[in-house]
Ligand binder design. Structure first.
Ligand SMILES: C[S@@+](CC[C@H](N)C(=O)[O-])C[C@H]1O[C@@H](n2cnc3c(N)ncnc32)[C@H](O)[C@@H]1O
Length: 226
């Protein structure tokens, strides 16, 4: 029987151990049961010649699954970044276990490391924005706009996770999730789509092209370089 999609609160309640930043973590890839849905949503965006970056890739299940699904697409290069070196190692293991050889995984903490540059056609971020302080969200968007996303109309940033909309929780589950996050760290919490994320993106050259409503109240936001 297929596993049901993970709700945010379920994901957070089954924390993994042995990682450097346990308060930033959820399960072994919080989107693990949502990965098939994300792969089917994201794979059509992977075009020949695409240079792709996944930020905060966790255990690398989405990275490896998406790279495997798109293995027949010509000349695609994949890079995965993650703050926790132990998880970077696990991304490598996950890729190897799935026979994926073209992913380069490295440690990068988007909170305080700014040397990272790139010229990516597609940037993927899943389940991160609620689990870092808002100042980090702001810096990340600045970085996306200034140097990570290709300065070519149509380059994309896909952000997946739980969000508030128009200043409100969209479900009881999301409200509970926000409470759990804030109990860990008052600087964490669900971000508001209209008052926080869309203006931040816009200020950094990215327009919201599409909002896809996926399982368990999660959103997939697709931004495009203006
Ligand atoms: C909730 S998990 C999501 C992992 C994966 N994207 C997924 O959806 O399964 C959040 C991930 O973000 C990473 N992370 C947290 N803060 C980070 C930061 N400042 N820079 C880079 N990665 C960070 C954590 O180590 C963790 O792997």
């Amino acid at each position: 029987m297929a596993a049901s999609p993970t709700t945010p609160a379920e994901a957070l309640s089954s924390s993994s151990s042995g990682i450097k930043y346990p308060d930033r973590q959820s399960i072994a890839g919080s989107a693990s049961r949502n990965v098939p849905i994300l792969v089917s949503e994201l794979s059509p965006l992977v075009r020949p010649g695409c240079h792709i970056l996944e930020i905060a890739a966790g255990h690398g299940l989405l990275t490896a699954s998406l790279a495997k699904e798109c293995s027949s697409v010509q000349d695609v290069s994949w890079e995965a970044r993650e703050a926790d070196e132990e998880l970077v190692r696990k991304i490598g293991e996950q890729c190897a276990a799935m026979g994926v050889e073209n992913v380069e995984a490295r440690a990068w903490d988007v909170h305080d490391q700014y040397e990272e540059r790139g010229d990516f056609d597609l940037v993927i971020i899943a389940n991160l924005l609620h689990i870092v302080p808002y100042a980090t969200v702001e810096r990340l968007f600045e970085k996306l706009g200034s140097s990570l996303v290709k300065k070519e109309k149509g380059a994309k940033v896909c952000i997946y996770g739980a969000f508030n909309e128009e200043g409100r929780f969209t479900s009881e589950g999301n409200e509970k999730f926000d409470g759990i996050l804030k109990a860990r760290n008052p600087a964490y919490g669900l971000r508001d789509l209209e008052s926080q994320i869309v203006p931040l993106a816009k200020a950094n050259g990215l327009d919201l092209g599409e909002v896809r409503r996926l399982a368990a109240g999660n959103l997939l936001l697709i931004f495009e370089r203006r």
